[in-house]
Design a protein around this ligand. Sequence first.
Ligand code: NAD
Length: 266
Amino acid sequence: MDLNGKVAVVTGAGRGIGRAIAEKMAEYGARVVVADLAVDAVVRVAEDLTQDGHEAEAIAVDVTRASSVDRMVRGTVARFGQVDILVNNAGVIAAPGWEDRNRPNDRDWDVIYSVNVKGVAKTTDAAVRRMRQRQYGKIVNIASVAGRQGAPGNPPYNVSKAGVISLTQAYAQELASDNINVNAICPGLLWTPMWERIARRTIRLDESMGRISPRRAFERIVGERIPLGREQTPEDIGNLAVFLASDLAENITGQAINVNGGSRMD
Ligand SMILES: NC(=O)c1ccc[n+]([C@@H]2O[C@H](COP(=O)([O-])OP(=O)(O)OC[C@H]3O[C@@H](n4cnc5c(N)ncnc54)[C@H](O)[C@@H]3O)[C@@H](O)[C@H]2O)c1
């Protein structure tokens, strides 16, 4: 896999899966823009990448605001001259305080929809304006196993990730004639700050968990749900994102690919 000469923008790159995707893109030769609401975090990521000999730029972005994503794309072009790869990774599990609620509320629905669905569409629209000019682009959306199968507990999140898969197919059809590939990755269970929140809520709602740490609860769930018997890692997602962003994947578009240790096979 070779991303030399390519410029990649990764949203939600301040931590977790987004950070690992940015690191993998850089490792395979891309110049990388790391963008996040958490600006201090992406500044650190960019510094670390630069120290390791890569070219990276940190840009603050709120994917729910069109003006902010436009600024991110303009900033990318100003620094690196082009946008070849966009990874729509920024996402939320719910609004603040969700861990203490038994059911998601209206705020959860609104926040999840505006970041996970409309955020992907807004960011894609902004990047595509540049990609079309060069008749080249690779877009990778981070969906979820939750978008394949409804589950109890957080319906707005399931709906949002089903929405990401649907957006992926819609944009793939719309953009194929501009030589822009659009694919999604459906991660399974990864230990990130997002899963720590899920584990804390699960312990509170599920008495059978007993008094157990969030990490231990996560490991128990991995043991129950994952045929391969191990958690997936942000690096796993980064590897597939690099492949989908590379020219090795030039005839793959409109797909949603599982990285879930076999928890779902469709
Ligand atoms: N962790 C998992 O097991 C898992 C599984 C399936 C899918 N996913 C998806 O992978 C993606 C990354 O998840 P993660 O586990 O690394 O989450 P995380 O919460 O650890 O990191 C998410 C990042 O997105 C950023 N972000 C949130 N809202 C933003 C906004 N409006 N604009 C810009 N940045 C924003 C946050 O600041 C944070 O840095 C998400 O889309 C998530 O839904 C995660």
